[in-house]
Design a binder for this molecule. Sequence first.
Ligand SMILES: *Cc1c(COP(=O)(O)O)cnc(C)c1O
Length: 392
Amino acid sequence: MKKFNGFFGDFGGSFIPESLQNEMNKVEKAYLELKDNPDFIAQIQYIRKTYQGRPTPLTYAKNLSSKINGAQIYLKREDLNHTGAHKINHAIGEALLAKYMGKKKIIAETGAGQHGVAMATAAAYLGLECEVHMGATDIIKQRPNVLRMKLLGAKIVSVETGQKSLKEAVDSAFEAYLKDLKNSFYCIGSVVGPHPFPMMVRDFQFVIGQEARAQILEVTGKLPEYVIAPVGGGSNAMGIFSAFLNDKEVALIGVEPLGKGNKIGEHAASINFGKKAVMQGFKSMVLQDDKGNPAPVHSIASGLDYPSVGPEHAYLNSIQRAQYVLIDDKECLEAFYLLSKTEGIIPALESAHAVAYAMKLAKTLTPEDIILVNLSGRGDKDIDFVAENYGI
Ligand SMILES: *Cc1c(COP(=O)(O)O)cnc(C)c1O
């Protein structure tokens, strides 16, 4: 079989300086050795089961579904992972790979703080140092996660440039990594960045879809008509989508954040409004300002605030295997409140985007139809922010 070169159609690849390319080649080689190694597979399964809390359950959202009186909505409960979101899936995988390569230190960026918390957790558990780069704006907005990372022993680097958010944090983390390639390993927080990261992070997240597909078949006796996931960088969505890619009858729907509206700067919907371009080492759909620079982005959910998207999503969109829809801040909040009240589940604002779209779609369907939503994380981290700005 021909070796995968990192391109999903015209998207992906690796557009980076030579020194970094040499390191990426080493990472790819190590990953390809490791991924099929029985000891590694046994170790990751052991950690998932005894530490992370996998398999995560599948919950039928009975009250929400009957209130809407359309399709049946099922939730894949990634919020029940240790640390409260799907990101621990790739954090553990990347940290194991770092250890295998003999690295001492993990460098990571974080937006909502969820990837930082996941990496700090994996580093603590596996005995690695951890340095997390975070935009100054996000540090204020996500204070509980900042405190968590500190408790877990991570060093936080506050990034004061540009919009002081996720994109700048990625730039800062890359710079730190380039200065210490020998000892450190850069753990990217989504299916983005140069090859092999989009492939690796997707593979580590594949467990979501693998479990969910078996669970929904067991409970309902059939595959869902729709699988819906929120898309920031796209890791939780790729994780669940990849198990259904060959099931042509299953519609895959990624939900992008429309934020406050459709003007540049008001949203972070890279597939819907972006142009094909290279940013941060890979080719994908990128939101740009009139000068062609990465545009400022906004979403009520910090974890979705990124002006590009994983290249495999750009590809799935281009071949129309997946469809990418929009949910704005207001619709997200309505779903956040409603899921809390009807099901006793407080969703992350990121995940509430997928719930909001599922609610809209369910109204147009019948109880014969099944919608599977990836509930990527829990909303405890968002409660203070929602209370201060919108009221509880
Ligand atoms: C980070 C995050 C996301 C967005 O990241 P993806 O890579 O698109 O999955 C979604 N939901 C939660 C809870 C997150 O923490």
